[in-house]
Write a protein that binds this ligand. Structure first.
Ligand SMILES: [Zn+2]
Length: 277
């Protein structure tokens, strides 16, 4: 319906035009910039609303540094009002130029290319008041090559290409997310309210049974305890056997065993030998 072969075209609404006039009117004699989220369908670009230069923008007669955080935030919020299922999101930047500067300046090129690379080609524009308020658009590809593009003010075309997001869809999403959040919260409360028992397995556990100070305040659920028992059982049996063996020895046997096996003890003895002489 809106496709024109091999020719880029821009459709804006009266609101887009209104936004441009308002922003330029706020900064007479200075450069200002508007950013607009829109939709790209083939070679056609549609725009409905604009973000102004921002709160912390810098305006001079030959340059405007927009408030990037503000403009990007507002553009994102605006884009959320639309259904993009017909095409893909695009962003356009249009700024005012002083009289006589009818093309993008040297400093504009890097920003144009960056935006074009981000969105796979964009349409950016310039505003002149010489003395008539007029806008010119160019299609900019990822290499920065510019093609002049015609535009028209056509609310109907924009509305058809870029319908507002259905209230029903938004409502459903909000309600679904809220229900999921509440269910998750309820589940976590239930988990917390599960009857808790003191970690008996700690006493059975050969690893920490001696250290009751460390275990004293640890409470776990029955499920966790079961798992822990399963995990510890083989290790527990091995250690129990070792312990029983040790206990069956006499004190002398135990000392002998320690002397043979303890590396630290050996080292200590060696060191004390040195210091002695
Ligand atoms: Zn410029």
């Amino acid at each position: 319906m809106f496709q024109r072969k091999d020719k880029y075209h821009v459709y804006i609404t009266h609101n887009t035009y209104r936004g441009m006039l308002l922003e330029v009117g706020r900064h007479p004699g200075n450069e200002s910039i508007i950013q607009m989220p829109g939709i790209r369908i083939g070679n056609d670009f549609f725009f409905d609303m604009v973000s102004d230069s921002g709160i912390n923008a810098t305006y001079t007669p030959t340059m405007c540094e927009k408030d990037h955080v503000y403009a990007d935030h507002l553009s994102t919020r605006l884009s959320e009002y639309y259904d993009f299922s017909n095409g893909k999101l695009t962003v356009s930047q249009v700024h005012r130029h002083p009289d006589g500067y009818l093309h993008f300046s040297h400093g504009d090129h890097p920003a144009n290319i960056k935006l074009a690379q981000q969105f796979g080609g964009v349409v950016n524009g310039l505003i002149f008041i010489d003395p008539e308020f007029r806008i010119k658009f160019w299609y900019i590809d990822e290499n920065g090559d510019e093609t002049e593009v015609e535009y028209e003010i056509n609310d109907k075309a924009v509305r058809a290409a870029m319908p507002r997001i259905a209230l029903r869809r938004l409502k459903e999403t909000v309600e679904r997310n809220e229900a999921a959040r509440k269910a998750a919260k309820k589940q976590s409360v239930e988990r917390l309210q599960q009857p808790k028992i003191k970690d008996q397995s700690a006493q059975d556990c050969p690893i920490c049974s001696g250290d009751t100070r460390r275990r004293k305040n640890i409470w776990i659920t029955e499920q966790q305890m079961h798992c822990r028992r399963q995990r510890y059982r083989p290790k527990q049996n091995r250690l129990r056997q070792k312990l029983q063996k040790l206990l069956s020895w006499t004190i002398r046997q135990r000392k002998e065993h320690l002397r043979k096996t303890s590396w630290t003890l050996k080292r200590f003895r060696r060191r004390s030998d040195h210091t002695r002489f």
